[in-house]
Design a protein around this ligand. Structure first.
Ligand SMILES: [Zn+2]
Ligand SMILES: [Zn+2]
Length: 327
């Protein structure tokens, strides 16, 4: 009798979905290289999905992370791979060192930069000593300066109070990029900037990172029918691209920016990559794997993005990414 009761309860529990918000959100590991790994720190868009942090992607080469965009939650998302928390699918994040020192910003929309304060100061409060290097479009200097100004009292407190934090780890240097070409180089990687196409931003950036064994392209926000992005993605191994479905919106109408003067059609034409454009671009540059992030799928079908990409003719490998996925 008792055993039967337990069985019924167990069956009921198993029948419940794993998550009330987004089933199957467990991160996956698709990587095949030991040297170069891409970790999706945040795959979200401006809508606050419970299992998606703001946009942020770390490319880790020889255990050194290079971070692209820092949306809300990016710094805490690094904890996912810290040995302290029991996971270390990619190495390069620890609690005792700066978690990451080099950040590349694609453009200054807040959904890509709300996590910059945490990126600049979070590692330092845990003992990091190295000044951060921030690369990005014109205006990046103002952003970094303004953040440090806003946190001045906290910085002073930590340096001069008995906590005596070091006086170097909070510092940051901005490097503004206003033309295409090699933006950064060290013994590990070369990072090139290309002019993306994202509304009225004067120099939104798509990045192309070349490591010893991989080429990784990060679109940033852009239409996919964009000359700069095409060149950034030529012959790439991994094309990470934002995406918006043709269909929709048909759900979450409360979060779609209803009061905006820019219509959905204009958003698609001027600001973001439609599935039709993405499929055309992918068929032209032929990445080994096509990955979407910062997806805007406001339909009721969770597979809408993939179904449209297939319908528009992309037959190659494709993953709709989740937070914590590794490529
Ligand atoms: Zn944007
Ligand atoms: Zn965005």
């Amino acid at each position: 009798m008792h055993r039967l009761g337990m069985g019924v309860i167990l069956a009921l529990i198993l029948a419940l979905p794993a998550s009330a918000y987004e089933p199957d959100w467990e991160p996956r590991d698709f990587s095949t290289s030991v040297t170069t790994k891409v970790l999706m720190l945040g795959t979200g868009n401006p809508v606050p999905y419970p299992h998606r942090s703001g946009t942020s992607i770390a490319v880790i080469v020889n255990e050194i992370p290079y971070v692209f965009d820092a949306g809300d939650g990016a710094f805490h998302a690094m904890g996912r791979e810290m040995p302290y928390f029991g996971k270390s699918r990619v190495k390069g994040f620890t609690l005792t060192n700066d978690a990451a020192n080099t950040l590349f910003i694609t453009h200054l929309h807040s959904d890509h930069t709300l996590g910059v304060p945490a990126f600049l100061l979070g590692g330092w409060t845990l003992g990091g000593t190295r000044a951060k290097q921030v690369y990005g479009p014109p205006g990046t200097g103002e952003l970094v300066e303004g953040i440090l100004q806003a946190y001045r009292r906290d910085i002073d407190y930590r340096v001069y109070s008995p906590t005596q934090k070091n006086d170097t780890g909070w510092r940051a240097q901005a490097h503004e990029i206003s033309e295409e070409g090699l933006a950064y180089e060290d013994e590990n990687v070369k990072v090139y900037a290309f002019r993306a196409c994202h509304g009225l931003w004067p120099f939104p950036i798509s990045y192309r990172l070349e490591s010893p064994d991989r080429v990784v392209t990060i679109s940033g926000d852009t239409t996919a029918d964009c000359d700069g992005l095409k060149r950034a993605a030529e012959g790439t191994d991994i094309l990470l691209i934002e995406g918006i479905t043709h269909k929709g919106p048909e759900k979450n109408l409360d979060v779609w920016p209803q009061r905006t003067k820019i219509s959905v059609a204009q958003q698609k034409a001027l600001m973001h990559s439609t599935t039709e454009e993405i499929a055309a671009l992918a068929n032209q540059v032929k990445p080994k794997i096509l990955v979407t992030y910062h997806e805007q799928n406001f339909t009721t079908n969770p597979n809408q993005m993939e179904e449209e990409l297939r319908q528009f003719g992309w037959r190659g490998k494709y993953i709709s990414s989740r937070d914590g996925d590794i490529f």
